[in-house]
Design a protein around this ligand. Structure first.
Ligand code: PGA
Length: 253
């Protein structure tokens, strides 16, 4: 089953209320590209405000705590995100793994908790350049996924995978299309084994890492690339919408 391409902007630790006009512009323009599912993950502080602005796009968060409400200073749990208007959460991003020492086990606990709280999940995976150069990219990424995929029966509606080679994030370097296709094919096989081919067919596998309007069309046209997770280029409506347009054109081709 071919799902709509999913283009998700990850604003990371960027954005004050001055950025709401960008979110509004993205939302209004997204209404012209209904073949593409467009979403934004602003910082926590803007989730509710962006949610109030948005008529078309999905709003999500960039992390959540694995537990329920309680004594965890500075943390936010899934039900609080839902309450603020989030419909999904990005989990296991390499910056969380690096900056906060997040393990696959913790990420798995966060995923289970987010799903329980009614959020959809975008689970990120990806290798370092050293791991790729050692020829271990595939086994590393599949290992991350095996240790963190949730035990659910209906992943189609609730789970998206984002393959983001760490060396391509924010560096201007993108993986070659052949490398992306090979990795996405391996991830697809793992999803088939884990959930059954029929059920997992609708789980999209996004690519992330220096996606821009200029390279989006080629990446998004590749087999098994179900969309993109976009960092830097999602911070302006103009560049983010360039990627949405490329996704729409790739869909038409
Ligand atoms: P980038 O970030 O597009 O700035 O490379 C992608 C990501 O980290 O999700």
């Amino acid at each position: 089953m071919a799902e709509r391409p999913y283009i998700v902007g990850n604003w990371k630790m960027n954005g004050t209320r001055a950025m709401l006009s960008e979110a509004r512009a993205i939302d209004r323009a997204a209404q012209r590209y209904m073949k593409v599912e467009v979403a934004l993950a602003p910082p926590y502080t803007l989730i509710h405000a962006v949610h109030r602005e948005a008529e078309q796009i999905g709003i999500g968060a960039q992390d959540c705590h694995p537990g329920e409400e309680g004594a965890h200073t500075g943390d936010i749990c899934a039900t609080m995100l839902s309450d603020a208007g989030a419909k999904f959460v990005i989990l296991g991003h390499s910056e969380r793994r690096q900056d906060h020492g997040e393990s696959n086990e913790l990420i798995n606990a966060k995923i289970e908790s987010a799903l329980e709280g009614g959020l959809r999940v975008i689970l990120c995976c990806g290798e370092t350049l050293d791991t790729r150069d050692a020829g271990e990219a595939e086994s590393f990424v599949l290992g991350q996924l095996k240790a963190s995929l949730p035990s659910i029966e209906d992943p189609a509606e609730r789970l998206t995978i984002a393959y983001e080679p760490i060396w391509a994030i924010g560096t201007g370097r993108t993986a070659t299309v052949d490398d992306v296709v090979a990795m996405h094919a391996s991830i697809r096989r793992l999803l088939d084994e884990t959930y059954g081919a029929e059920t997992s067919a609708a789980v999209r596998i996004l690519y992330g890492g220096s996606v821009k309007p200029e390279n989006a069309r080629e990446i998004l046209s590749a087999p098994e690339v179900g969309g993109a997770l976009v960092g830097g280029a999602s911070l302006s409506a103009e560049s983010f919408l360039g990627i949405v347009v490329a996704a729409s054109e790739a869909e038409d081709a």
